[in-house]
Design a protein around this ligand. Sequence first.
Ligand code: GA4
Length: 350
Amino acid sequence: MVVMSKPAMEHHCAATTLFPEIPLIDLSKPDSKNLIVKACEEFGFFKLINHGVPTEFITRLESEAIKFFSLPLSEKEKAGPVDPFGYGNKKIGSNGDVGWVEYILLTTSNEANYQKFSAIFGEAAEKFRYAINQSQTKTLHILYLFDFRCVFCSFAVNDYVSAVKKMAYEILEMLADGLKIQPRNVFSKLLMDEESDSAFRLNHYPPCPELNQETNGMNLIGFGEHTDPQIISVLRSNNISGLQISLKDGNWISIPPDQNSFFINVGDSLQVMTNGRFNSVRHRVMANGSKSRLSMIYFGGPPLSEKIAPLPSLMKGEDSLYKEFTWYEYKKSAYKSRLADNRLGVFEKI
Ligand code: GA4
């Protein structure tokens, strides 16, 4: 990877070594719903096993992602810049955040990607559109289009995201059950909606050889600390470490990687819908000295017009902690923020 600008090395961001057990949820067990609620209350985060996502979907997408990120930078950049989707290198968002990361950011729910790539690739993209229309789901996903002669339409992304979405619906329905609220699709229907504003991200954290030299315990930020804006995020990574989450007391803990599991984050929107009963988890990724970390994250968000507010069934007479806003209003404000900002702050009632 070509270094464009060097992200700042930071001291004092080592995670604490004494840490509590991260909640482990076995999706095949019927009593998981209560454990999921507990995990969302205590951590806003949990690890998921027996998730039902076929291994071949995961490995196929992973190998395509590796192929893509191994291309020369000039080829990858043909899929950039990120505005708001495409290939990005080091720059995160548009307000000055940088990390030791390159990535592909896609929307999972509309034709925005197509329009973007079509402008670049013209006829080739038309062929792609044809291929997509032949596909069962008609959902549009492009992993990369780097050559006019080679249209690469990624059914791997399609298959993977469809399976992960299904799993996310199940988790959200178990959450509603665990919270004893009805209907049980009160959360999942927002992701199932045709207008759901969901995204998908492939992150590649290249090794940073400098970290192997005498750096006096310095750490390099791969992806800076932040909370996810959406309802729920579903992360899967290869077996290379880097992910850390912040506990309620502010301590950071490292999450041991596990390529066979998923990791679930509560997003800001779910925090609001539960009137703060769940907390969106602050997390970050540290770069590695010698190995590449690859992660794939599905961000399940509501339709842009959706009002994000505490569910009346969860309020039991309490007042909302938040002013009323739509997902569109939140996003507009989020895109003006820096990664580490508390994006819900402006919507909190004083
Ligand atoms: C954080 C979670 C997701 O990766 C993301 C990010 C988005 C981006 O990379 O474009 C944002 C960030 C994320 C929140 C604040 C804004 C927007 C970068 C940034 C500084 C895709 C998302 O939805 O919000």
